[in-house]
Design a protein around this ligand. Structure first.
Ligand code: HEC
Ligand code: HEC
Length: 234
């Protein structure tokens, strides 16, 4: 019994020290972002995420753009695209990072520190900025037509024999989303697969219909739907 407690205490210590290390990394990142190639004191101040007087569009261009792109069309699939995303969805996710409700590993690693000091007004302004940007097509070789067709079928009709509901029912016929239902069209395929795995296998994004929906998806289903959503051909 004592031994079990000691083990527990030591594993708590390990996870605590890991947490501190992660926070240290976030801080280092914030410092880097705050000092990149800037000799101008106003720019310095405007990079302070804790200053509610900085207009959200300035924060978006000077801070968020480092990962998500100036117009929200990120290039690397590590960083989700935000261009044209539903404002209500953007608000909900920034709130979820800030409150630590959304705790998937990369959300924790990248977005907890960044959202920490944002006020509700800043969040609303950032959401408005990105929702007004135009999603761009990916600069990618054409996808495998068979996979595209399989993805389209799942998106529009679901997979009845696996009890998968059509994605379009909530995400809209053009994958454009509505309100708290996110736009999925032109999102990075790798990010989509990653998030489907988060919903399917973890509690990183709890309390959404996606846990149930992702549950019966096979690896092949997830790849096909992600390839289709990234390309989203007419
Ligand atoms: C250092 C890189 C980095 C910076 C800077 C950054 N983000 Fe992120 N952001 C990420 C990553 C990585 C994810 C994906 C996390 C995951 O996989 O859960 C993400 C996810 C998000 C999401 C969720 C998107 C979705 O589709 O669910 C929103 C919204 C977001 N970021 C907004 C912002 C805003 C606004 C800023 C500026 C205040 C910002 N981010 C700055 C890396 C960054
Ligand atoms: C009953 C409504 C509903 C259906 C049907 C549905 N979704 Fe969702 N989906 C949601 C909601 C709500 C969210 C936002 C969850 C959150 O707030 O974290 C979401 C989020 C997502 C995300 C995360 C997006 C991001 O930017 O992080 C992906 C990926 C996704 N859904 C894919 C799918 C796929 C693929 C299907 C079809 C197999 C599907 N969804 C069917 C309601 C639905």
């Amino acid at each position: 019994m004592i031994r079990a407690n000691a083990n527990e205490a030591s594993s708590n210590r390990v996870s605590r020290s890991l947490e501190i290390k992660m926070r240290g990394m976030q801080l280092a990142l914030a410092v880097v972002l705050g000092t990149v190639a800037s000799g101008c004191a106003n720019v310095e101040r405007s990079r302070d995420l804790g200053n509610p007087n900085v207009p959200p569009a300035v924060t978006a261009v000077q801070v968020c753009s480092n990962c998500h792109g100036v117009d929200g069309n990120s290039v690397s699939p590590i960083f989700p695209r935000l261009a044209g995303q539903q404002a209500a969805y953007l608000v909900s996710q920034l709130e979820n990072f800030r409150s630590h409700h959304r705790a998937d590993p990369e959300g924790f690693e990248y977005m907890w520190g960044i959202s920490h000091k944002l006020t509700d007004a800043q969040i609303a302004g950032l959401a408005e900025y990105y929702s007004k940007q135009t999603p761009r097509l990916h600069d990618m070789p054409a996808a495998d037509p068979k996979q595209l067709a399989a993805g389209k079928e799942i998106f529009e009709k679901g997979v009845p024999e696996q009890n998968v509901i059509p994605c379009a029912a909530c995400h809209g016929p053009k994958g454009q989303g509505i309100g708290a239902f996110p736009q999925l069209a032109h999102q990075h395929a790798d990010y989509i697969v990653k998030q489907l795995n988060v919903f399917q296998y973890t509690q990183g994004r709890p309390g959404t219909p996606m846990e149930l929906i992702a549950h019966p998806l096979t690896g092949e289903n997830k790849e096909a739907i992600a390839v289709y959503l990234q390309a989203f051909p007419d």
